[in-house]
Design a protein. Structure first.
Length: 291
C-alpha cells in the first residue's frame, strides 16, 4: 500500500508543533506526524504528516495559511522493501581501525580491523554520516594521545556504535544512554550482535539527572553526538560529571556552529584539543581542565 507525505516548512518551534497538532485532526487521520528543526541556521522547522490515503490539498492549504507555513508539498511514496533498499545503499565504512558494516557485507570485513556490526534501523549512527565517522576518527586521536581507559559514556547513543567501539578497544563496562526508547532497543540489539553483552550497558535517560547513580560522574571519556542545542544545554552537566583531564568528543555540530559550541564548553572548564570537519559537520575533541 502506498503512503503519502505532506511536508512544509515554517519559522518557530512552538508554531511548528501547533501545526503538527492540527494535522493530527485531519480526515483521513495521519498515521504519523513529525516536527524537525532544519539545522542550517535558518531558524526554519519542517512539519510532516504521513497518511495512507491522499490528504485533501484544500484543507492543507488552509492550515498552512492559518499557521504561517509555506504551502504543503504532497508526495506519494511507493510501496517497497525499504530495509533491503537501505542495506543495498549502505556500503561498509572504514574509520581508522574500525570497520562499520551490515550483516549483508560480513564477507568484506578486513582481518586486521575492529569490526562494528550495525544493521539499518530506526536509530541514528551507521557510520555513514559525517558526525559518526568524525567521532570514530576522534576516538582514534584520543587513543593516540595515550588514553587507556576508565569510565566511558556514550550520551545520546543512537545505535551505540561509539559505545561499542570503546568497549572493543578498552574493554567494558561502557555506559550508553539515549532519551529515545526505540534507540535504546536498537542499541541493545547491536550490543548483542557484536558479542558485547555485559560490556555495554544501554539505558533510557534524558540527561544526567534522569540516569540516577549510573549517570553520575566522574567519566574519563564522554561521546556526545547530538545537535548544537542539546550540546549547549548539557554543557554544565557534562562539565560537572567529567574527570579532571578527561576527554570529551562532541559532534552533531554544523561547521559554522563549532566556535560557539567550543566557547560554551570553555566556559564550563574545557580546553579545545582538536577540531576537524567532514563535509558540513565538525567534531570537537575537548579536555577537562585539571582539578
Amino acid at each position: 500500500m502506498p503512503t503519502f507525505t505532506a511536508l512544509t516548512t515554517m519559522p518557530g518551534e512552538d508554531a511548528a508543533y501547533a501545526l503538527a497538532e492540527a494535522l493530527e485532526h485531519l480526515d483521513p487521520e495521519p498515521i504519523g506526524t513529525g516536527v524537525f528543526e532544519i539545522e542550517d541556521g535558518s531558524g526554519l522547522w519542517e512539519v510532516a504528516a504521513y497518511t495512507e490515503a491522499a490528504p485533501d490539498a484544500g484543507t492543507l492549504a488552509v492550515l498552512a495559511a492559518l499557521h504561517g507555513a509555506k504551502p504543503f508539498n504532497i508526495s506519494e511514496i511507493p510501496d517497497q522493501d525499504w530495509v533491503s533498499k537501505v542495506q543495498r545503499d549502505l556500503a561498509p565504512v572504514p574509520a581508522g581501525r574500525f570497520f562499520v558494516y551490515g550483516s549483508h557485507d560480513a564477507d568484506k570485513v578486513p582481518a586486521d580491523s575492529t569490526p562494528l556490526l550495525i544493521e539499518a534501523a530506526m536509530a541514528f549512527g551507521t557510520g555513514h554520516h559525517g558526525t559518526t565517522l568524525g567521532c570514530l576518527l576522534a576516538f582514534e586521536d584520543v587513543l593516540a594521545k595515550g588514553f587507556t581507559g576508565g569510565r566511558v559514556l556514550d550520551l545520546g547513543c543512537g545505535t551505540a556504535v561509539l559505545a561499542m567501539a570503546a568497549a572493543k578497544v578498552l574493554g567494558g563496562p561502557v555506559l550508553a544512554s539515549d532519551i529515545d526508547p526505540v534507540a535504546v532497543d536498537v542499541a541493545r540489539a547491536n550490543v548483542t550482535a557484536n558479542n558485547l553483552d555485559g560490556q555495554v550497558d544501554c539505558i533510557v535517560a534524558a540527561g544526567f539527572g534522569a540516569g540516577g547513580d549510573r549517570l553520575a560522574g566522574p567519566f574519563d571519556l564522554v561521546f556526545a553526538n547530538i545537535l548544537k542545542g542539546p550540546l549547549i544545554s548539557l554543557a554544565p552537566d557534562i562539565g560537572a560529571n567529567m574527570a579532571p583531564d578527561g576527554y570529551l568528543i562532541l559532534s552533531g555540530i554544523l561547521n559554522e556552529q563549532a566556535d560557539e559550541v567550543a566557547g560554551v564548553y570553555r566556559e564550563n572548564g574545557f580546553s579545545l584539543a582538536k577540531s576537524s570537519a567532514i563535509g558540513d559537520w565538525t567534531t570537537l575533541i575537548l579536555r577537562k581542565s585539571p582539578a
